[in-house]
Design a protein around this ligand. Structure first.
Ligand code: DX5
Ligand code: ZN
Length: 214
């Protein structure tokens, strides 16, 4: 299990210190929620903020684009230092082209699905993907309640991806209480915002998530 803490619940005034603290606490991935105020009803930060923090952090940057028509910004996020770039299936008319372009730019390619979006398109995208992100809340805000139908969706996606190395990430309302069931259902990467950052210190909280998955 990989824990990818979502900076949406971190102190935006102290991101450098937060990233340094995550690193020394044993965290390897960090999740950036980019929101444009159109695809989702909230605005966060963009490529320029990520670029500044890339200079001081060697963590794996897992960048979740909640923006319309994400194909417009692939080179920008590559230049900013994203390692994994995740686009939304609902936000792009030409998903396969955008995913190929992400890989061509040297990043890992991820595809996210909102809770009510079916995943049939994965049958045609198996060879173009490094990760599938299953949203377990409707995107836009931290601190929302986990949607239980997610478990069935994870199992279906796991079947669709059989025989590939593609990771499954779950995002939204993830806590130490549901982490074990999520991993047993087939999740590789857990995103946690409020349930991680509201319970310092980071190393103890990471242990709580890890112990829940034993
Ligand atoms: C929601 C974001 C999530 C969010 C998770 O739109 O994509 O990454 O920060 O936050 P929690 O863990 O608080 O639900
Ligand atoms: Zn996210």
């Amino acid at each position: 299990m990989i824990l990818s803490p979502s900076l949406l619940s971190a102190d935006f005034g102290n991101l450098q210190a937060t990233l340094e603290q995550l690193k020394i606490s044993g965290i390897s991935w960090v999740h950036w929620d980019v929101m444009d105020g159109s695809f989702v009803p909230n605005i966060t930060f963009g490529q320029h903020v990520i670029r500044q923090l890339r200079k001081i952090s060697s963590l794996f940057f897992d960048v979740h684009l909640m923006i319309d028509d994400p194909g417009r910004y692939i080179a920008d996020f590559r230049d900013a230092g994203a390692d994994m770039l995740v686009i939304h299936a609902e936000a792009d008319t030409h998903i396969q082209r955008t995913l190929s372009e992400i890989r061509r730019c040297g990043m890992k390619a991820g595809l996210a699905f909102n809770p009510a979006t079916p995943t049939e398109c994965l049958d045609y995208l198996r060879d173009d993907l490094d990760m599938v992100l299953i949203m377990s809340v409707n995107p836009g805000f931290g601190g929302q309640k986990f949607i239980p139908a997610t478990y069935g969706k994870i199992q279906r996606v796991r079947e669709q991806l059989a025989g590939t190395d593609c990771l499954i990430e779950v995002d939204g309302g993830v806590t130490p209480e549901n982490a074990g069931d999520l991993v047993r259902s087939g999740t590789d990467v857990l995103v946690s915002g409020s349930a991680f950052f509201n319970h310092p210190p980071f190393d103890t909280r990471l242990k709580a998530f890890e112990n829940a998955c034993l």
